[in-house]
Design a protein. Structure first.
Lengths: 409, 591, 151
């Protein structure tokens, strides 16, 4: 029978990881929650709003993050990467690597002195690409690209939290069980070269676009502007399944993109009703709770959903050329439409659980195992937690009905 | 009570706007003026300034110093709670009665350009904290136990979600009672053939789940309906109609897993009029009988057309039922392999197979020769034929032309819909339902916990879901219910009820370390008006017959609504009583 | 500026308090004459407390909570909204200017939003400083069960 005094390792502190940690800890297990970022919240924290409720993404994530930090049974290890899991004599041994961070979050008091003395303004109050500042307690964020290692910040810190010479340290911990909630990542460079991802500032991935239109960045009354030259946007095109459902790249469907596009489009339409927004889709997937209604609302707001996959998206050439040209094949003819900004949705790659860890018994859950939105990720996490908690009573007959992440082959 | 103020200058960032000596003088003058020379002693005996109160060495030194000089309570002033305040309070509050005042984010840093106003405000904030400390009564060390716990969870519904939930609960050591209205367990599983992606049949999976449930010792009540659940102190009272007739039983928590059934396409596409127009379940049964050898494969349709979104995504059922596309594709694959001489076409509006496994199913279907045509929903498809179906007419969405597909069977994919009884049950549990008949929780981060006060939902009663998802939801609900049964984790889900101002509750037993004492009702003052029960968002207030209102400690989340509506001041939150709040208000405003 | 134009803000500790903390971290400038009392939920603010605030010297009272549908306490803010609407109507009926009681749901969880909402509120209260309606509440209010208050 597994030793229930041993902690459970949860890798990844996105919505799935935090939910799993809380479910386990509330049941009575000790949990080590490991997250490679400096803050909890994962990809959801990079969102501005969530569907289908149109809530701010921050609120539910923040309270879960706070609960994880304050829960007496959860130890949070941020800035720590999961390197591997192997079977030990009594349970498993996890290998973790704590990244070398300029500022020690445990010592920093956020007085702001380092931010004041930095001559390159490389230390900011928060990471600029996150719509919300997530770190609790707050720690200044270092823009590594601007830092020239002048070393002025170190002596300025009254708390002794800054150490430029800090090294990464590797350490092992003994755990009884492991849940892997590694989430997803947007591949860079964006696949599907015909859509020109990352070749032009006006062709954006979904997450980059989310930061652009986040309410935090929106000044009331101001129009959305093109990242390339700052002119006001009039036409917007979303291309769905860009890099997904595509044998060249990812053959699976990323499950969240149709609703994600509808969400971004409806928020924009509410702010600027005269924007022309077209969503070019292959299959419009709204099977979740409240999702079809959400899509209908987006349509009522004036978002155009067009069943068509553009063949090519490329910046308009020529001296007077502005915008991105989309080439479509309609009834055996080639037609061109223009868009000021093109948002590529799709191609969210699951971060897979390392094989060795899976063999040692790690349970994957959340997007890393099956593309899922927040609700489904949280459900998967709860399911994995129940499986682990259920094993401790020794009554688990280990039937295939219960093993692994739902017994998927 | 002798009190002391521990003032953090936060390495000079606070004291730049609020110099400690000026603040101390302002505070002293105020408190002396409040008490006069002959009155009670000044409330604040000592003002201790340090540079980084969050450092353990500094807070220890500060605390020891003020305790040594006789202070009985401590007001710590520094940054905000979510910066370093919370962890500092954990330490301070563990040693003595303590209160936190945010004078950094709440004062010094937002009033840098108005130092006089900031000083006055900081003095007010400190006085508010000191006045609150004065009135903080000694609080019970342990939260009161729940009334009459039975230790049992009622799981309503013995389909895949309910079975998975009951099984998981049992394995986690929680006593579960599973009520199923039919004679046999398994729900929809008993009618489903091959399941994707495990490729076992529905009855086989049902057998496994039932075996698990029985092995663990879940009390199974077949042929039992649940008609009405009421919140009572300590849990819920359910009326069960089973083999012992009508029976009332009490449970600590309830899981709604009552499922949903596919709608019959009555009156649509000439179902019931033309032979060969089938419902998906009818095809499922035929396929199952062929696969088990009871029927000839040639009896299956040769030119089958699956029509998606029948009675779905329209005005009556304005939702996508999630399982119809995977089911059609799965059955199409089965049909292709049993009748390789025939053809199978799926006529759809969208193929909804999100994710990895369902998308793989889609690819498998196309690889096995299943044809797909998308139709324009603006033109309703039509079944053609006189007595037998002969074809399906629809408008092709890609080329806009009217097409007729020859068919000897048209399979209608209809949505899942909960039964009216389930709706009634959801209503009596106090659950919100969306306009389509499904029970609602708190999307998206709490999909299986509606109010968190011991009620959970999973499976198709929540929303149409594949069998895999139902199993996952059942287990997720079980995880939440098991934590709830342990009394750990506040009623509002997973977030603890963190105190607005941390108080000396940290010495509570570890098991209840997450919970702060629930709201209380003072029996002497209670007038039994019932307003608190009406307003409580968790249904935690009760009116016993012979006493004043009581609060179910397990369900209470300390929101304070009861205290807000109580006309006599009987209901209050321990630690943040009405007296404390009024003292804060008075100190904030009276100078 | 009249230094004694104090206002009291009841802020629920989820959305609005987050906005307040963020405004602090970004060091946005705010007028110093408001006093903030954090509450677990805006639903915990009773009309009694608001009247007490006016009686004790507040020129305006603001109640800030989360937006409808976003209340962590299952929509306790909706019943709070009804309660406060009734209170507002009652205050207006006795001659108190309605702008003195300000209720905001979910519009202040971000630093600049919080600063904006609060500054607007203060400005509106300042605009009412010549009105003569407050004495109706000063010292004339004794709630029925106010026996616990000791000096």
């Amino acid at each position: 029978m597994p030793d229930t005094k041993q902690a459970v390792l949860v890798v990844g502190a996105g919505v799935a990881g935090m939910q799993a940690a809380l479910d386990l800890a509330n049941f009575g297990r000790r949990v080590h929650l490991v997250e490679q970022d400096s803050h909890l919240g994962g990809q959801t924290l990079r969102l501005d709003k969530v569907y289908p409720t149109d809530h701010c993404a921050f609120c539910p994530v923040w309270t879960h993050a706070f609960a994880c930090r304050e829960h007496p049974r959860i130890t949070v290890l941020t800035g720590t990467r999961f390197k591997g899991l192997r079977r030990g004599p009594e349970g498993d041994i996890a290998l973790l690597e704590k990244a070398a961070r300029l500022i020690d979050g445990d010592k920093c008091v956020f007085c702001g002195k380092c931010m004041e003395v930095c001559p390159r303004k490389a230390l900011l109050g928060r990471a600029p690409d996150l719509p919300w500042d997530p770190a609790q307690p707050p720690v200044p964020w270092l823009d590594a690209g601007r830092c020239d290692a002048c070393g002025k910040c170190g002596p300025a810190c009254p708390a002794g939290a800054i150490d430029a010479a800090r090294q990464t340290e590797t350490f092992e911990i003994a755990v009884g069980d492991c849940i892997f909630a590694g989430g997803f990542q947007e591949p860079r460079p964006a696949p599907a070269p015909e859509f020109g991802g990352h070749t032009h500032p006006d062709i954006l991935t979904a997450m980059a676009f989310e930061t652009l239109i986040a309410e935090y960045n929106a000044v009331p009354g101001e129009k959305l502007r093109c990242p390339s030259d700052g002119r006001p946007v009039e036409n917007l095109a979303f291309i769905q399944c860009a890099g997904a459902r595509d044998r060249r790249f990812l053959s699976h469907c990323s499950a969240v993109c149709c609703m994600h596009a509808a969400k971004q489009a409806s928020w924009l339409k509410r702010r600027q009703p005269d924007l022309d927004i077209a969503v070019f889709y292959t299959d419009l997937r709204t099977p979740g709770k409240g999702q079809e209604a959400y899509m209908k609302t987006a349509e009522k707001l004036g978002v155009r959903f067009v069943r068509r996959r553009p063949g090519l998206a490329a910046p308009v050439d020529g001296p007077s050329g502005k915008g991105i040209a989309l080439r479509h094949e309609i009834n055996a003819r080639v037609a061109t439409t223009l868009a000021d900004i093109v948002v590529l949705n799709g191609g969210l790659a699951c971060c897979p659980c390392p094989e060795e860890a899976a063999e040692a018994g790690a349970h994957p859950c959340g997007f890393c195992s099956e593309p899922a939105d927040i609700a489904n990720s949280v459900i998967q996490a709860g399911s994995a937690a129940a499986l682990i908690c259920g094993r401790q009573t020794g009554k688990d007959a280990s039937s295939p009905a219960y093993r692994g992440s739902g017994g998927r082959p | 009570m002798k009190k002391a103020v521990l003032f953090c200058t936060c390495c000079g960032t606070i004291s730049a706007t609020l110099p400690p000596d000026r603040l101390r003088d302002a505070l002293g003058a105020r408190l002396l003026s409040a008490y006069g020379k002959e009155g009670p002693q000044p409330a604040c005996e000592e003002f201790y300034a340090c540079s980084m109160l969050c450092r353990r060495e500094e807070s220890e030194a500060a605390l020891n110093s003020v305790l040594a000089s006789g202070a009985e309570a401590v007001l710590a002033a520094g940054c905000s709670l979510s910066a370093r305040g919370f962890e500092t309070m954990k330490f301070l509050g563990g040693s003595t009665l303590a209160e936190w005042a945010d004078i950094r984010e709440a004062c010094a840093w937002i009033h840098e350009d108005a130092p006089d106003g900031a000083l006055r405000k900081a003095a007010d904030i400190l006085c508010m904290g000191l006045a609150a400390l004065e009135r903080r009564a000694a609080v019970a060390e342990k939260p009161p136990p729940c009334d009459f716990p039975t230790g049992e969870v009622l799981v309503i519904g013995g389909g895949p979600a309910g079975l998975a939930c009951a099984g998981a609960l049992g394995k986690m050591g929680v006593r579960a009672v599973l009520a199923e209205r039919r004679a046999a367990l398994g729900g929809m599983l008993t009618q489903l053939g091959l399941l994707f992606p495990r490729f076992i049949s529905g009855p086989e999976l049902a057998e496994e789940l039932i075996r698990d449930v029985k092995h663990i010792g879940v009390q199974v009540l077949p042929k039992t309906t649940v008609s009405g659940v009421q919140p009572v102190p300590g849990g819920y009272r359910a009326v069960l109609n089973g083999k012992n007739g009508e029976e009332e039983r009490r449970f600590d928590a309830v899981v709604l897993a009552a499922g949903a059934l596919p709608v019959l396409p009555r009156g649509l596409y000439r179902y019931g009029e033309l032979t060969g127009v089938l419902s998906q379940l009818e095809l499922e049964t035929s396929l199952g009988r062929v696969e088990s050898g009871q029927k000839e494969a040639l009896a299956l349709p040769r030119q089958a057309v699956f029509l998606q979104c029948v009675a779905a995504r329209d005005e009556n059922n304005p939702y996508c039922s999630a399982v119809c596309c995977p089911t059609s594709l799965k059955n199409a694959i089965r049909l292709r392999s049993l009748r390789p001489d025939g053809s199978v076409t799926v006529v759809h509006r969208n193929i909804a197979t999100p994710g990895k496994h369902l998308e793989a199913l889609y690819r498998r279907a196309t690889a096995s020769g299943v044809l797909l045509r998308s139709h324009d929903p603006a033109v309703t498809p039509e079944c053609l034929g006189t007595e037998r179906v002969e074809g399906l007419r629809f408008r092709d969405a890609l080329n806009g032309e009217d097409t007729v597909l020859p068919a000897d069977a048209v399979v209608c994919s209809t949505p899942l819909k909960p039964l009216p009884d389930t709706l009634k049950l959801a209503g009596s549990l106090g659950l919100r339902t969306d306009g389509m008949g499904f029970a609602c929780a708190r999307e998206p981060v709490q999909p299986v916990s509606p109010s968190g006060a011991g009620i959970f939902i999973c499976g198709a009663a929540r929303w149409p879901a594949t069998v895999e998802h139902c199993l996952e939801q059942g287990r997720a609900a079980a995880a939440k219910a098991a934590a709830y049964m342990r009394g750990i984790g506040s009623c509002s889900g997973d977030s603890r009820c963190l105190p607005v101002v941390p108080q000396t509750f940290w010495e509570l037993m570890p098991d209840s370390a997450c919970r702060l004492p629930s709201a209380e009702v003072n029996g002497e003052k209670c007038s039994r008006c019932g307003r608190c029960a009406a307003v409580c968002p968790y249904g935690a207030c009760f009116l016993p017959e012979d006493a004043g209102m009581r609060v179910d400690a397990r369900k209470c989340a300390r929101c304070g609504s009861c205290a807000a509506v109580c006309p006599t001041g009987a209901a209050s939150l321990p630690g943040e009583t009405v007296a404390v709040l009024r003292a804060r208000i008075k100190e904030a405003l009276s100078r | 500026m009249n230094p004694s134009l104090k206002t009291l803000v009841f802020a629920c500790r989820w959305c609005p308090l987050l906005g307040a903390e963020r405004a602090g971290r970004e060091r946005l400038a705010l007028p110093p004459d408001f006093r903030l009392i954090p509450m677990e939920c805006a639903g915990a603010v009773s009309p009694d407390l608001i009247l007490r605030a006016f009686a004790d010297g507040a020129h305006g009272v603001a109640v800030m909570g989360c937006h409808f549908g976003g209340c962590r306490h299952n929509g306790a803010n909706r019943s709070a909204h009804t309660r406060l609407q009734l209170l507002s109507a009652a205050l207006e009926a006795v001659g108190i200017r309605p702008a003195r009681l300000f209720v905001s749901w979910g519009t202040a969880h971000e630093a600049r939003q919080f600063a904006g909402v609060l500054s607007d509120f203060q400005a509106r209260i300042r605009a009412l400083r010549k009105e003569k309606d407050l004495p109706l509440l000063r010292g004339n209010f004794t709630p029925g069960h106010d026996r616990e208050m000791r000096p």
